[in-house]
Design a protein around this ligand. Structure first.
Ligand code: ADP
Ligand code: MG
Length: 342
């Protein structure tokens, strides 16, 4: 059956992907990490089993969730937050890996990325599902107060007001693990989406680039444009999903670690990188850093980005960094199939 290039389909938080469910050998959607994970396999090595590949990928994501969710009292991060101010706490090596990646990101971004935001995030109610502007919120203690003993997989805090929240990086890390598991299982082409974080393997089913929609930061049903990427990871952060809105305006869930207040330099930042961990952390940092500082950083970290500010009239003003094009509309004759997700 010749169907030409697949229509744009399947809106995720990020937008839509160029490959629909119908083109896949196997696919699955599950609720995990507080969001929807969608994994689709489009091509495998001869003899490889796409179902098993998906099973392995989902397994990796669930494992990261069990270790790193602050909402779970028995997660490693919760054990850390309860105990590491009084003694060194031993954690899974994956937690050490994310802590080290987080530290590198903090150093690269001059502290804009900082996993010690938990007390602030809590004070704003962003973990409760019913966020509200607090009268006062604590400032994050700062990443320098987290001591990582990588040789012993142990972590200690040197202050007692440290609270770690991996919300800005864990989904990216889970995607990297899931993608690696897929490769191990012989997958050649796949699309993975974890609540606004996307990772791709190989090329799209039509042999071309993957086409990903970037959601309009103020209109949930509209797209700002379409990005074409090869094998890559793409992450979007901003105030479109989780925010407080009151007479003082909109406040999103990305915190400026310096002030302890929601960052408002950008309404949305989309970062394209080879690593999903990096893309996730960087997109969070971009919202804190703003366009100029983050644009300066891009060449040093090997990433590309679309950064969106809000104009005085409330309209989004996208800045499209080097190496990317934001296609404003789907190719002629291919209206987007804006997409029921089932
Ligand atoms: P999403 O979770 O919607 O994909 P992000 O990747 O931008 O969005 O992550 C936002 C989350 O990251 C917040 O809910 C919070 O848990 C955490 N966070 C907030 N501010 C920071 C920051 N400055 N550095 C690191 N993590 C942060
Ligand atoms: Mg992030």
């Amino acid at each position: 059956m010749s169907r030409g290039r697949p229509l744009l389909a399947a809106v995720a938080v990020l937008g839509f992907a160029s490959a629909s469910l119908a083109d896949s050998l196997a696919a699955r959607r599950e609720y995990v990490m507080g969001t929807i994970a969608e994994v689709r396999v489009h091509a495998v090595r001869p003899g490889a089993d796409p179902e098993r590949a998906i099973e392995a990928a989902m397994g990796e994501i669930h494992a990261v969730d069990r270790l790193m969710a602050v909402q779970r009292p028995d997660s490693d991060v919760s054990r850390l937050n309860r105990g590491a101010a009084t003694r060194a706490v031993t954690v899974d090596h994956r937690v050490i890996e994310v802590l080290r990646a987080s530290r590198r990101l903090s150093e690269l971004t001059d502290g804009a990325f900082d996993v010690t935001v938990l007390p602030t995030v809590r004070a704003w109610g962003f973990l409760s599902g019913r966020p509200r502007r607090p009268r006062q919120a604590p400032r994050p203690a700062g990443y320098r107060h987290v001591r990582i003993d990588a040789a012993h997989d142990a972590v200690a805090f040197d202050q007692d007001d440290v609270g770690i929240d991996f919300g800005g990086i864990a989904k990216g890390y889970a995607l990297d693990r899931a993608r690696t598991a897929m490769l191990r299982h012989g997958v050649r082409s796949a699309y993975l989406d974890l609540g606004g974080n996307v990772a791709t393997l190989g090329s799209a089913p039509d042999g071309g680039p993957w086409r990903l929609g970037i959601r309009h930061p103020r209109r949930p049903d509209a797209l700002l444009g379409v990005l074409e990427v090869g094998e890559a990871a793409v992450s979007t952060s901003g105030d479109a999903e989780r925010f407080v809105e009151d007479e003082q305006g909109r406040a999103g869930h990305v915190i400026d670690p310096l002030t302890g207040r929601p960052a408002d330099a950008l309404v949305s930042a989309t970062v394209v990188a080879a690593s999903a961990t990096l893309a996730d952390g960087l997109s969070t940092a971009a919202v804190v850093m703003g366009r100029e500082a983050f644009a300066d950083l891009l060449p040093r970290v090997g990433a590309r980005a679309v950064l969106v500010e809000l104009g005085h009239d409330g309209r989004p003003i996208p800045w499209i960094g080097p190496g990317l094009r934001l296609h404003t509309a789907p190719a002629p004759g291919r209206a987007p199939e804006l997409p029921s997700h089932d």
